[in-house]
Design a protein around this ligand. Structure first.
Ligand SMILES: [Zn+2]
Length: 223
């Protein structure tokens, strides 16, 4: 009898722990990312969840706390810059973090199935894809898809003072945030019922710092 009670108590405890893990709020997730990036830039990395024990822990299921929609650039390795480990981040990466159907399905999966409450669109300074969209060079094959998607951000950046590419990087991130916020039906519903938050951020290739953009970034530059 005692063994049975212990078994049920243990099971209840594990279920409750799993629920707690699955319910990391968007704001707590942002804090975790900010703290991890601060450790990274200060040379105080903890390299959490990167050992064999962690592999065993997550072998039968994942509960990442943030979805990162980032650029494929090799200088922006998400787990390293946020000082996270195995099973922490659900990541979708394409050049210029341009999203299309497969990316959208992956992001929706992260939110609707895995229960992740935070989506971060992560651009970076000196992005090659954004730079190309500002110059519109003659490019081969499907690269033109990236340029066409980023072009509206590049055009808007041309109308404001400051560095063209760096402004276009931020505008592109902000526009991608808006695009995801309006993506029917999964994300619009999740935003409506408060089960997801979508924010933009830019990683600085020179300093290693991630700057989170204000929600009204596009309004601030257009006024
Ligand atoms: Zn890039």
């Amino acid at each position: 009898m005692k063994k049975t009670i212990c078994f049920f108590a243990l099971t209840a405890m594990l279920i409750s722990q799993a629920k707690v893990e699955a319910q990391v709020s968007a704001d707590s997730a942002i804090t975790k990312l900010k703290e991890g990036n601060e450790r990274f830039t200060k040379g105080q990395t903890l390299h959490p969840n990167q050992d064999f024990k962690r592999i065993k822990e997550v072998a039968n299921g994942q509960k990442p706390f943030a979805i990162i929609v980032g650029c494929s650039d090799s200088r922006v390795p998400n787990e390293i810059i946020f000082d996270q480990g195995i099973g922490d981040l659900f990541i979708v990466r394409t050049a210029g973090q341009v999203s299309s159907y497969a990316s959208w399905g992956s992001i929706e999966f992260g939110n609707a199935v895995l229960g992740v409450k935070l989506i971060v669109v992560l651009g970076h300074t000196s992005c090659g894809a954004v730079s190309a969209a500002c110059k519109i060079p003659d490019v081969p094959g499907h690269i033109v898809t990236l340029i066409n998607a980023i072009k509206p951000a590049a055009e808007l950046a041309k109308k404001i003072p400051g560095d063209l590419v760096e402004n276009a990087v931020k505008i592109n991130v902000a526009m991608e945030v808006q695009q995801l916020q309006a993506l029917e039906p999964v994300l619009t519903k999740a935003i409506k019922n408060g089960s997801v938050k979508i924010v933009g951020a830019v990683y600085n290739l020179s300093t290693g710092q991630v700057e989170f953009l204000p929600d009204n970034y596009l309004e601030t530059i257009q006024n």
